[in-house]
Design a protein around this ligand. Structure first.
Ligand code: ADP
Length: 262
């Protein structure tokens, strides 16, 4: 499966944000979007699931034009994991994951055995089965993020979009979530697109990266070919060194210093 974006443009009334953005993300890989604050990452993700309507350009899934789909079809195909989630009512974990089934249920239709089995499978994949009846108000940040990922999986999406899902988590839970995301892409044949600020986690867990600068594509390709010292200097204004780390079998960046502006 392939999600392709070509020459995507988007402006808010007061600001042009995305300029001619093109890339393709494939099932079986983790595709990362990186770039400084304000470079257009979240806007791009919102355009992909058509919460914002692009003004020009094409978005296709296996060649099919996604921009003409109705809301309910988009909700069934695109699963979303936001940066953070505030659910104030003390729903149980099971209830929250079941919310992922809403796009598949008809109006006034109650969930059936099929929906329950999908919810249970989503909870198993995210290792939260034991939290089944727990009110979500009593979860740690890492547990809650896994519940939100399980809710997205219960939608049975073909494309999973994650907006900085590790930004609120401690380092242990960051690894846990990135490993889970990787296994979903590789073992469940989804297109997985993830925004991340953590460049070293991106190098380790993303196969390919799109680096945005001022709403345009600065570079796109294999993670270690995108996060080069030259590109980091150009886009972030930071001196960095990139080395292959044998211990973890991945490239890692050492961020040295911000470059002083004259
Ligand atoms: P990122 O996710 O890379 O930090 P965003 O996509 O959130 O960047 O924002 C890109 C640019 O669009 C920023 O300059 C931001 O100020 C601007 N922007 C975001 N939302 C709006 C809005 N509703 N109206 C006008 N400008 C916006």
């Amino acid at each position: 499966m392939k999600l392709s974006v070509s020459s995507l443009n988007f402006s808010f009334p007061t600001k042009k944000v995305l300029r001619d953005v093109s890339f393709s993300a494939h099932s079986g890989e983790v595709f990362g979007i990186v770039g400084p604050n304000g470079s257009g990452k979240t806007t791009l993700l919102r355009c992909l699931r058509l919460v914002l309507s692009p003004q020009g350009g094409a978005i296709t899934l296996d060649g099919e034009d996604v921009t003409v789909w109705d809301r309910s079809r988009i909700a069934r195909v695109f699963g979303v994991v936001p940066q953070s989630t505030t659910l104030t009512f003390p729903f149980s974990v099971f209830d929250v994951v079941m919310m992922g089934r809403i796009p598949h249920l008809g109006r006034f239709q109650r969930e059936g055995a099929h929906d329950i089995s999908i919810v249970r499978e989503s909870m198993r994949l995210t290792s939260i089965d034991h939290l089944f009846e727990r009110p979500i108000s009593q979860l740690s940040g890492g547990e809650l993020q896994r519940v939100i990922i399980a809710r997205a999986l219960a939608q049975e999406p073909r494309v999973l979009l994650l907006d900085e899902p590790t930004s609120q988590l401690d380092i242990n839970h960051q690894f846990e979530v990135m490993k889970l995301v990787r296994s979903l892409a590789v073992e469940h044949n989804m297109v997985v697109i993830i925004i991340s600020h953590n460049l070293n986690l991106s190098l380790r867990y993303c196969d390919r990266l799109l680096l945005l600068k001022d709403g345009g594509v600065h570079s796109c390709g294999a993670s270690e070919e995108v996060l080069t010292p030259d590109n980091i200097r150009d886009v972030y204004g930071v001196e960095a060194q990139l080395d292959y780390n044998k211990c973890i079998g991945a490239h890692q960046l050492t961020l040295i210093d911000a470059i002083e502006k004259d």
